[in-house]
Design a binder for this molecule. Structure first.
Ligand code: GTP
Length: 622
């Protein structure tokens, strides 16, 4: 049991020397959830009998209520058998990391709450891009890494080959790579023993003012925001008044505890412990990932390092198809924001699309998730403008503008335009090196390095403008590599580039929804493509309609929709008045759905079609 000095009875705190905080890093489908399930079972906190029934049922209910599906951190008891046969009870905290590239910052905070990680790799597939990206983050956080091959029960498993690959990657011996089957449970007990043996115990100052790092924050419809923390120094007690160090906001602790795997209230958390707290705040933006919590009275003066406000990287205009749904869209966004500190939006109006919002996202997946939730959970029909990144525009008089909507690109003398760039990691069989390089070249990529992970698998590292990968990059990569390449990226700053705004004009009037900021070399292609597309989509009017693409006042492409007098009665010979009336009524109906740009009537469908995905669009599933 914990070795506490006898004169200071503190039975409620676990000795940090007996705590191990770890996470599992894996590429999608390499078996992270299955391994976690096996650990829950093996450590006895979930009985075998309950495993399926309980877990799946619970997920359904949670899904229906729209709250978090997984526990963010689970506390498990484990007593490794040592060589002399004695067993010392330890506490293992398994911390879940969000898996996707859009949430790199959150991943890095979850990793910062751990001292070690299990690098899990499918023994039939080998290392993939997400394995690598998360491994790099783990290294940056100085974590002890335990390499593990999973799925060794599969006939297609090649454990020797991939053990060598993993060993080469992290610089250990192939024999150090553990082999498990999360499915059968083989090797999982030994793995937990290794976690205790290899992962360092957390260190912190017991008698200092409390400092706890928030590594996750989720909204629960019944309990408000549940905040997950790791206590680094000192301790937090029940009913304590706490302070968020980034905002200085004070809150009362209503409950503090651990998940094993249900929420279990405790009377406090001490050094190295991981658990949850509830303060009654209703909005995750008041309890942000990366922030430090301390006591309100005599609290810490210096926050833990690394706090960043989530920064949206990709923006898109969201408009209800039916203008009268605008209030519903606003309410829906308000609700989603309760659980998503990274979601930002502000009202915007577009001459073409009416009233809507300019919404900021962490990345494309984030955008897709939000859009899908708005449509599915809130029953909204939406039009989204093409996603764009954030530009910093420096004028010749040195004033600066942050542009999140291309139609707001400043007019006047522009000196420099800066765009965000990412560091991308691409992994593929070596036969596809040429195809990948060619693709990255056309996307203004810069090769930073290339490594062979084994004789037939290669890792390429590029810096790429974010704008070049937000559309169809992932799809293009998959099609050029027959689905074998994997991609991960993280923002690394910005670069100045030769960027211009292309406007699309209908009969001399700008259509704001189609303005785009593109590289100078691609402006012409964009203009020609959009003008051509619109010519097909816009019905003839009673006058000739020129469609032009322009950079500033210079026209770079032009198409024309020829004039026609549309006589709906032309088909109606004879004097059937009721039929005539019907046709006129129908024409009126159609006109209601028309948007008017200047003098030109454009059916809404034309906007939707022009914004949709045949030139990449927003569909880029990972
Ligand atoms: N044969 C075999 N299949 C496994 C093993 N571990 C996981 N699987 C299967 O692999 C698939 C993916 O496993 P998950 O545990 O869902 O993988 P994951 O990494 O959590 O995936 P995501 O949650 O989608 O990221 C499932 O069909 C599992 O049943 C294993 O040891 N052997």
């Amino acid at each position: 049991m914990p070795a506490t000095p006898s004169n200071v009875p503190e039975p409620r705190r676990t000795d940090p020397a007996l705590i191990r905080n770890f996470c599992i890093i894996a590429h999608i489908d390499h078996g992270k959830s299955t391994l976690a399930d096996r650990m829950l079972q093996l450590t006895g906190i979930v009985e075998e009998r309950q495993m399926r029934a309980q877990y799946l049922d619970r997920m359904d209910i949670e899904r229906e209520r729209g709250i978090t599906i997984k526990s963010q951190a689970v506390r498990m008891p484990w007593s490794p058998t040592s060589e002399d046969g004695t067993a010392t009870p330890h506490i293992l905290n398994m911390i879940d990391t969000p898996g996707h590239v859009d949430f790199t910052y959150e991943v890095s905070r979850s990793l910062a709450a751990c001292e070690g990680c299990i690098l899990l790799v499918d023994a039939a597939q080998g290392i993939e891009a997400q394995t690598l990206a998360n491994l790099y983050l783990a290294m940056e956080n100085d974590l002890t890494i335990i390499p593990v091959l999973n799925k060794i029960d599969l006939p297609a498993a090649q454990p020797d080959k991939f053990a060598a690959e993993l060993a080469h990657l992290i610089g250990c011996e192939p024999e150090d790579v553990l082999r498990v089957s999360a499915k059968t449970g083989e090797g999982v007990g030994e793995l937990l023993d290794e976690v205790v043996r290899l992962v360092p115990a957390p260190v912190g100052v017991k008698d200092a003012p409390a400092r706890a790092m928030i590594f996750d924050s989720v909204y629960d419809a019944y309990r408000g925001v549940v905040t997950y923390v790791k206590v680094v120094d000192g301790e937090l007690g029940r009913r304590e008044r706490i302070r968020m160090m980034s905002t200085n906001a004070a809150h009362e602790l209503l409950e503090i505890g651990t998940n094993s795997p249900e929420m279990t209230a405790a009377d406090g958390l001490g050094v190295g412990e991981v658990g949850y707290l509830i303060t009654g705040v209703k909005d995750v933006r008041q309890s942000k990932v990366g922030d430090t919590i301390t006591q309100f009275h005599k609290g810490a003066t210096e926050a833990l390092p690394g706090y960043k406000d989530p920064k949206p990287m990709v923006f898109s205009g969201l408009y209800p198809l039916d203008g009268s749904d605008y209030p519903e869209l606003r309410d829906a966004l308000d609700k989603l924001q309760l659980n998503d500190a990274a979601l930002v939006y502000e009202p915007e109006t577009s001459a073409a699309l009416g009233f809507g919002f300019r919404v900021g996202f962490l990345g494309l997946l984030h955008l897709e998730v939000i859009r899908e939730r708005l449509e599915r959970e809130f029953g909204l029909d939406l039009i989204a403008t093409a996603p764009n990144v954030v530009y910093r525009v420096v004028m010749e008089d040195r004033t600066e503008h942050t542009v999140t909507n291309p139609s707001e690109f400043p007019t006047g003398k522009v000196d420099e335009v800066h765009e965000p760039v990412v560091r991308a990691t691409l992994l593929a069989p070596s036969e596809f090196i040429g195809a990948i390089m060619e693709l990255c070249q056309t996307r203004r990529g810069n090769l930073q390095g290339m490594d062979y992970l084994s004789e037939d698998r290669v890792e390429l590292r590029y810096t790429l403008p974010l704008a070049e990968i937000v559309f169809d990059f992932f799809d293009a990569l998959k099609s050029k590599t027959r689905g074998y390449a994997s991609l991960d990226y993280e923002p690394t700053g910005e670069q100045s580039a030769d960027l211009v705004k292309v406007d699309i004009l209908l009969h001399g009037d700008k259509v704001d929804a189609f303005s785009a900021i593109v590289h100078k070399d691609k402006a012409y292609a964009y203009g020609v493509r959009m003008a051509g597309k619109l010519r097909e989509l816009i019905p003839r009017q009673q006058f000739e309609v020129p469609i032009q693409a322009a950079v500033g006042s210079r026209i770079i492409a032009r198409e024309t929709v020829r004039a026609i007098r549309k006589d709906v009665l032309a088909k109606c010979y004879g004097g059937d008045i009721s039929r005539k009336r019907k046709l006129l009524e129908k024409q009126k109906e159609g006109k209601k759905r028309m948007k008017v740009v200047g003098r030109v009537e454009v059916p809404q469908e034309a906007f939707i079609a022009a914004l949709s995905s045949d030139d990449g669009g927003e569909k880029s599933k990972k």
